[in-house]
Design a protein around this ligand. Structure first.
Ligand code: SF4
Length: 382
């Protein structure tokens, strides 16, 4: 078969996969456009992304698992629309993965060594899980060798490495005080290689896929922040794009799980939401492709800062977050107490509005604030 025939067969294979899952070529191109946008690349790059996916040359990937729950792999495999695992497995040559390999024992060890020998300096190393370093690293061994030994030995031959999930990126739950096994992130063990951290518990599969696609399309790693995370996925605070942000700005907070504010979908800051100090694109790209609200804050639970070192698994769950962009205003009303007069927030807004933009806006704002507030706002007690 000629190279052209192989390529044609591969492209047809992708098309058939989409057909099998009920997706058309159009859906595929829409997916490429969405992924391009996720990476913060110009729209025109989506054609190049599509070409990369259709390219039959599949870069070898070795995927190692250490101290973790396999949740990162699980989240990748559970993604849908389109079946992301199909894309990943068609896009890369997953030569070794302890979770996904059908073989076991000496047989799979042999596959690993063959892949390393054949692809020295060319394969992408993905590490899932933290690496224990206490007591000589005895708390995690595979094939009789410690995780430290394996990472350093295999890692020296890779082209680049990806630390997937919070455990590999900064230690994760195992590294919580008192960190009994000395759980350590990949970047502290593997030196001299470019490493991308994709934290999250689990990380969003699109951030992983986008990083791989970026590397394959442009031949370099995406721009990283000071913590080694791709800026396209971790450049903004969760708080900046959260759908509950208008409630935060308006001073409407859930005070307890199940109270009226919680049921109304108000801001979860007072329940310990770490969105104001956690960088990730969760509210923008959501999880599981099942529609709006499919992320922790969307379902009513405060963000616990899983993608932020020093926040997730470090700060108490319900401790209030440090607000990085600005501190909440002190003039917001208590949503549960009866207003007994004086200058209300509504009054301040209406007065300021009257001066600034005239009576029409005052009427609109007053309507939004409700009749009770409107009445109060017009009588300022001395
Ligand atoms: S504190 Fe949390 S729930 Fe409130 S707006 Fe920020 S991210 Fe959203």
């Amino acid at each position: 078969m000629s190279k052209q025939q192989i390529k044609q067969a591969f492209v047809e294979n992708i098309a058939q996969n989409f057909d099998a899952y009920g997706f058309s070529r159009r859906d595929f191109l829409k997916f490429c456009t969405a992924i391009t946008a996720t990476m913060g690349l110009p729209f025109s790059m989506s054609k190049l992304i599509a070409k990369t996916i259709e390219d039959p040359t599949r870069p070898p990937v070795i995927w190692l698992h250490y101290q973790e729950c396999t949740g990162c792999t699980e989240s990748l495999l559970r993604a849908t629309h389109p079946k992301i695992e199909t894309l990943i497995l068609d896009l890369i040559s997953l030569d070794y993965s302890e979770t996904l390999c059908a073989a076991a024992g000496h047989q799979v060890e042999e596959v690993l060594h063959q892949s390393i020998e054949k692809n020295k300096g060319k394969f992408i190393l993905v590490v899932e899980g933290s690496i224990p370093i206490k007591d000589g690293g005895i708390y995690c061994k595979i094939g009789g060798r410690t995780a430290i030994d394996l990472v350093q030995d295999i890692g020296q031959h890779c082209a680049a490495a990806i630390a997937i999930g919070s455990c590999a990126s900064w230690g994760g739950v195992q590294s919580a005080d008192p960190n009994p096994t000395g759980a350590t992130p990949l970047h502290k063990i593997l030196k001299g290689k470019p490493i991308v951290n994709i934290p999250g518990c689990p990380p969003n599969p699109y951030n992983f896929l986008s990083t791989v696609l970026y590397y394959l399309t442009l031949g370099k790693l995406p721009e990283l922040d000071s913590k080694g995370r791709p800026k396209f996925g971790y450049g903004r605070l969760i708080h900046e794009n959260c759908e509950r942000r208008p409630h935060f700005d308006a001073g409407r907070f859930a005070e307890q799980f199940g109270d009226d504010g919680h049921r109304e979908g108000w801001c979860l800051y007072k329940l310990g939401c770490k969105g104001p100090e956690t960088y990730a694109n969760c509210p923008s790209i959501l999880f599981g492709d099942v529609g709006s609200g499919s992320w922790p804050v969307g379902t009513g639970h405060p963000c616990f800062g899983c993608s932020e070192e020093g926040v997730g698994y470090t700060k108490p769950l319900h401790e209030q977050a440090e607000v990085k962009t600005f501190t909440p205003g002190s003039i917001y009303p208590d949503i549960h107490s009866e207003k007994k007069g004086g200058i209300t927030v509504a009054g301040a807004v209406v007065t300021a509005g009257a001066v600034a933009v005239g009576a029409k806006l005052v009427t609109d704002v007053s309507k939004k604030l409700g009749k009770h507030d409107q009445k109060e706002s017009l009588s300022i007690k001395s």
